[in-house]
Design a protein around this ligand. Sequence first.
Ligand code: ZN
Length: 389
Amino acid sequence: MNDEIIKTKKEELQNAVDNEKLNEISQDVGVVYSTIENDVVITLNKELNKQTKDLEKWKQYHLNPINQAKLKKQIDKIVSRGEKAASKVVEASRNIIGVYERSKASSNIEKGSLLVNTAMDNYNRSVAKIERLESSDALKESIYQQTKLGIEKGMNVVYKDGKTFRYKTYMEMAVRTNMANEVAAKQLKYGANAGIVFYLYNSMQDCAKDHQDYQGQYYYDARWESFDIKQDVKDKIAEYISSKNMMSVQEVEGAPIFLGTRPNCRHKKISVSIEQVLGTSADKLENELGISYGYFKKDKYIATSEHHKNERNIREYRDRMNQYKELAKQDPTNQNYKLEIVRNRKLIKKWEAKDLDLRKQNQWLKRDKRREYSKILVNDIGAKYNVKL
Ligand SMILES: [Zn+2]
């Protein structure tokens, strides 16, 4: 095969879905969503922590619909401001991966209203529980229990399909999946314009088990029959597809296979000509083009994800500690908050020590303290995508 073709094909592969880039972007957006969730929990907890000196006063305040309406407004504001910020990052990052069409911002707004409703449901449930108390003594303990629930479990939202996810987790996944699908769709769209019928998915030795049978194979664009191709060639294509029981790109990229489209999948596809497919086996073509991977640098990959997990935990426990600090400021007489501050500080130290160990074993990993603080990290993400958050 001629060197020029090989070079173009390698470039095409480079430009196909860059899964590592997608993962990085969705994690960045995930941090923004995580901040929204955290701010909602803080707001709910501070509200529950109001008027704790006296049970009757507490009930009067919290059962007052005016106060509830005020709370809902406050949460509405946090969520819509936060989701606007997240959308900005998504829009900015689309340029990086080469999807320029505007996303449907409305789908985010809809998810946001789900979060607001969940927050108000959680609040009302806590109020209903505390309202049943008969003495002021139990009040502080009960409020502590309710605030702890929000801090440790976060916001679990029930989505349309009936599945329950933590808000931040769901949004991160949704962004990742949407972008991957858009990039894959873009490749197909350009391909269709150029009359490309076939694609070759590359292979790698250490791919996920359930992708082993799908990698290194040819697939066809399901819309190929509408392409401008001579009838005799069309007949050959139809015969070839059916004789090989070939699947379409759309089938393998969609549920449940998600070849090249799901998180952590590094498979990519390139367009191939009709002559190549009819004349050369996928294996042979892949070899000639030199687009199959050996083993991915697995150790490095694992250590990096471990490092990011440690940073995430450090941030999480710091956020929790700060939540209790806020509550302790509001009610310095509640000893539980003080104990929680101590407990969470210990957990921060534990994860810091874990990360130090990891860095000692993997000298190339560097500590980036800024990533251990949610607020700083959000600012850095804003700077990275050049948007104000
Ligand atoms: Zn894969």
